[in-house]
Design a protein around this ligand. Structure first.
Ligand SMILES: [Mg+2]
Length: 455
């Protein structure tokens, strides 16, 4: 953490840093200009800040896990925290280290564009996004300002959370669990409901026999030839009805994980669910089938949403421009980090598309999402997958607890992301055999010449 006493610098350095902030101002103007930059933390010297190290720790928690935290260190003691997308490995971040050493971490957009080509869809973007978060954390600490303010300021003081609950094969029990969530103060719910609940019930799903696990679960929906029957739809509706009976119809209710079924089955479900007034059906087919998503969206009275596995803003823009989905939900740890996700929100606003945010990690990337959500106009709600993890909020310090209070997270006003690590608690949840921010000299040098994408 930044320590003003430990890293006190002499007046000459202070003047030098002030100079750099004045965008070419003459030396003679520095003294009189100083009051204008009083919010800058003069105990650091932004213009001479350099990245000196990057390390990681792998945390295991119930739910999507492991979660990789990274720490980017600098020559002035200021450090930044970031988090790789849930379940992705530390290598996605560490392969970037040699490209960051010696760079000024305050050049956030430049550094993101420098490493962006090493990100990809879903978990493959975990490294570049983790680095981007950590750079914002450093910038906030250096300039003594919360991240949301550097994005243009807040649209809201609290961030609405939505969450699902554990599934049950018994509709009544499923409804009871949903009610428990509501009683926790949540104002927005999600339920997972797929054709898996129809397993073993005759005449509910039409599917050719003998399909491998890969065919059923990895092959895109369109090639599985699974279609849900009227009897199957009736049974699925029993679950949604039970949840609605328990939480009422005032509360937004979203749905995810419908299962791998064909386009027409998705449309039929969208029509069957109309009476339950769902906020959205999520990721009903892979996001890159724009035309088919649009077919579903136009035919289904239940809104559609996608986005947690999309990396490039251009791909979000195609979906929004075509109105292939009604809403989007980027995961900031996949969608390019804080600034890109803010841009995605603004882009979607232009097309009249609201933006929820997917999230499943630790409080570090949660806070990155919170700052972005606070500063992005068309934000709806932020997902959380750790409401049942008792130690989740204990992994960090420096932020108001409970972090999730009656369904909302208060946007912190402390510098950077606004969280510090609780070393003792984190060490209790390390991946077995993994160290805790150990030295990583094996990543200091580039291991391949692959930066240039054209000759
Ligand atoms: Mg999802």
């Amino acid at each position: 953490m930044f320590n003003a006493h430990r890293f006190r610098i002499d007046r000459r350095s202070m003047l030098k840093s002030s100079l750099s902030l004045l965008a070419g101002g003459a030396v003679g103007r520095v003294a009189e200009a100083q009051p204008e930059i009083k919010n800058v933390n003069l105990a650091s010297s932004p213009s001479s800040l350099k990245i000196t190290d990057m390390r990681y720790a792998v945390i295991v928690k119930p739910g999507p896990s492991p979660c990789v935290l990274i720490r980017i260190d600098t020559n002035q003691g200021v450090y930044g925290l970031g988090e790789v997308r849930d379940i992705a490995g530390p290598q996605y971040a560490m392969v970037l280290k040699s490209r960051l050493l010696g760079e000024n971490p305050l050049r956030i957009d430049y550094l993101f564009q420098k490493i962006a080509q090493f990100g990809g869809n879903a978990r493959q973007a975990g490294g570049v996004c983790a680095v981007e978060m950590a750079l914002w954390d450093i910038a906030g600490k250096v300039y003594n300002i919360p991240v949301y303010q550097m994005l243009g300021g807040k649209w809201r003081d609290e961030i609405r959370i939505y969450a699902d609950t554990t599934e049950s094969m018994d509709p009544a029990e499923y409804g009871r669990r949903a009610k428990e969530r509501k009683e926790m103060g949540l104002t927005w719910m999600k339920m997972d409901l797929g054709i898996n609940v129809l397993d073993g019930i005759p005449d509910t799903v039409m599917r050719p026999p003998g399909q491998s696990n890969w065919e059923q679960h990895v092959q895109p929906n369109l090639f599985v030839a699974a279609e849900v029957t009227d009897k199957g739809i009736d049974r699925l509706c029993e679950y949604v009805a039970a949840v609605r009976e328990n939480i009422g119809y005032d509360m937004p209710l979203s749905m995810d994980h419908l299962g791998h079924i064909g386009v027409k089955s998705v449309i039929r479900l969208g029509k069957a669910y109309e009476k339950f007034n769902l906020e959205w059906m999520e990721d009903v087919i892979p996001w890159y089938y724009t035309d088919l998503l649009k077919e579903i969206t136009e035919a289904s009275p239940t809104p559609t949403l996608t986005g947690e596995d999309i990396y490039r803003i251009e791909d979000f823009e195609t979906l929004c421009r075509e109105h292939a989905v009604d809403k989007i939900h980027p995961d900031l740890a996949t969608s390019g980090g804080i600034l890109q996700t803010h841009h995605i929100g603004d882009m979607a606003f232009k097309y009249g598309v609201p933006m929820a945010m997917h999230f499943a990690g630790t409080p570090v990337s949660c806070m990155a999402s919170v700052h972005c959500a606070a500063a992005t106009r068309n934000f709806l709600a932020l997902e959380n997958h750790s409401l049942d993890v008792p130690f989740w909020q204990d992994l960090v310090t420096g932020v108001e607890k409970p972090i999730i209070n009656q369904g909302y997270i208060r946007v912190p006003d402390t510098p950077g992301l606004g969280v510090a690590l609780n070393d003792d608690e984190l060490k209790r949840h390390l991946k077995p055999g993994a160290g805790y921010f150990e030295p990583t000299p094996m990543w200091d040098e580039p291991q391949s010449w692959d930066d240039a994408l054209f000759s």
